[in-house]
Design a protein around this ligand. Structure first.
Ligand SMILES: [Zn+2]
Ligand SMILES: [Zn+2]
Length: 138
């Protein structure tokens, strides 16, 4: 009888006197863009407190970039990546225009024709020189 009474008394004391002494928040499951994270804290009395964390709008699980539209000389292309958590989460980025190949080709062409011109001039002088040497010998 006495033991039972003591038990009841202990319970009563616990309810009135004990103010939870919470530990720091721990065991954090981080939030993603679709699933709220969870954090918990505990008291020495064994009580546990759990709290849901707000969604983290930036915590996507991005896949690899893939090209949606190839860039051309005149237009930028586009690449895209999709979040593994929610396919509605899509990020796009422009791909730089291609370098115009005609300009590069023509400048290279000008250089080549310039070299060809000199080559021809040198050959012409060589021919003239040879002709002169032959004329002198004969
Ligand atoms: Zn407590
Ligand atoms: Zn996402």
């Amino acid at each position: 009888m006495a033991g039972r009474l003591l038990g009841e008394l202990t319970v009563t004391v616990t309810l009135i006197a004990h103010t939870h002494a919470w530990s720091d928040w721990s065991a954090v499951t981080p939030s993603t863009c679709t699933v709220p994270g969870i954090r918990t804290r505990a008291c020495v009395c064994g009580a546990e407190d759990t709290e849901a964390l707000p969604l983290d709008a930036d915590a996507h699980a991005w896949g690899e970039w893939y090209t949606v539209k190839e860039p051309t000389v005149n237009e930028e292309g586009e690449k895209r990546r999709v979040c593994a958590n929610n396919p509605d989460h899509v990020q796009t980025q422009p791909i730089q225009k291609l370098d115009p190949p005609t300009e590069e080709g023509s400048s290279g062409g000008a250089w080549k024709s310039f070299l060809r011109f000199w080559q021809r001039l040198i050959n012409w002088f060589r021919g003239l020189f040879r002709a002169l040497v032959d004329w002198i010998r004969n």
